[in-house]
Design a protein around this ligand. Structure first.
Ligand code: PMP
Length: 361
């Protein structure tokens, strides 16, 4: 069996142990005589799967009882609309920190539902860093503050989170959820698609502070109202059952690998392998992100010219390094090294990059 060195940005690598367990259980899940995909979502067996996924996520992220965990559909992209639809009220503004394409998309959707303000943007600096934002930067009538904790395309990441006082903070954590320790109590909402750190695409994780529902807009379509899903424990309609099952297996794997702390340590080691190399040869592999904003998840860099970039990507692919091309909107190169990417894969890439540079000086 040959596994690729998978640097895809999402959907992305899953732990081999998880895939093997899913394979083992595929035909006959726990003596039911059927796969998880064939179970009723109302069955005891599936309810156990859902409870297991919720329970493991709650423990791993230390999610307080003040917050509810939801498994929804529609991706992070639907949350861009659902959040303002539910919580942007008249007389208040939705404050946005614009740190990349995904924050811009979130902002665009919010504009459909009320007043918004950009409290900081790094667009003029090609999104190379995370701006400084404090509670004093926010307008007095701020209803909520929206941030993107990791910018998948540009490879920047918030290193820590300021205290925004009573302002509810909504965080798109699509590309760094569960990759490092985060104090969930600082956030009113954390959301993200599962397809980077948590499982296959199709499940959207939403962690929502329940008191937000006291100030929720009314008259919403049933499926787009958070209350619907909270009341029904994410079983209002048919959920993505197989995705939730895979999520529970990935969470079990995280537990077996030292929990969030263990994963974080490994992620730091993995990223250092690549950033150290870039710092050694910055003229050849030029990092996109400023040092104080570097992402542990998406390592972005450019090379001296287009031709070399193309050749590098081609040779890398031929050697089994998949998904190293930068996002189509900015080009260059990007190594996405989410939780499930093994350290050996990063070592192999660092060695390949070193050798490639020597051969092309
Ligand atoms: N936010 C971020 C930070 C992302 O990286 C992505 C997907 N790459 C999205 C939002 C959109 O997610 P989805 O495809 O699940 O709607």
């Amino acid at each position: 069996m040959v596994r690729a060195h998978n640097f895809n940005a999402g959907p992305s690598a899953l732990p081999l142990d998880v895939l093997k367990k899913a394979q083992e259980e595929l035909i006959d899940f726990k003596g039911t005589g059927m796969s998880v995909m064939e179970l009723s979502h109302r069955s005891k067996e599936f309810e156990d799967v859902l409870a297991d996924a919720k329970d493991r996520l709650k423990k791993l992220m230390e999610i307080p009882d003040t917050h509810e965990i939801l498994f929804l559909q529609g991706g992070a992209s639907l949350q861009f609309s659902m959040l303002p639809m539910n919580f942007l009220q008249e007389g208040k503004v939705g404050a946005y920190v614009v740190t990349g394409s995904w924050s811009k998309k979130a902002l665009k959707e919010a504009k459909n539902f009320g007043e918004t303000v950009v409290v900081a943007s790094t667009e003029d600096d090609s999104f190379t860093h995370i701006p400084e934002v404090t509670v004093n930067t926010l307008p007095e009538n701020t209803g909520y503050l929206h941030i993107t904790t990791n910018n998948t395309i540009y490879g920047t990441q918030w290193q820590d989170f300021p205290d925004f006082g009573d302002v509810p903070v909504f965080a798109d954590m699509s590309s760094d959820i569960l990759s490092k320790k985060v104090d969930v109590s600082k956030f009113a909402v954390i959301y993200g698609g599962a397809q980077k750190n948590l499982g296959p695409s199709g499940v959207t994780i939403v962690i929502l502070r329940k008191d937000l529902l006291n100030q929720q807009n009314s008259g919403l379509p049933t499926m787009l109202d958070y209350t619907t899903h909270i009341k029904a424990n994410s079983l209002f309609n048919t959920p993505p059952t197989f995705g939730i099952y895979m999520l529970s297996l990935v969470l079990e794997w995280v537990e077996q690998n030292g929990g969030v702390e263990g994963i974080q340590k490994r992620n730091e080691e993995k990223a250092a392998l690549l950033y150290d190399l870039m710092d050694e040869f910055p003229e050849f592999y030029t990092p996109h992100a400023q040092k104080d904003s570097r992402s542990l998840m998406n390592v972005t860099f450019t090379m001296p010219n287009e031709e070399l970039t193309k050749d590098f990507l081609q040779k890398a692919k031929a050697e089994g390094f998949i998904g190293l091309n930068g996002h189509r909107s900015i080009g260059g190169c990007r190594a996405s090294i989410y939780n499930a990417v093994p350290i050996e894969t990063c070592q192999a890439l660092a060695e390949f990059m070193k050798a490639y540079r020597e051969a092309h000086l």
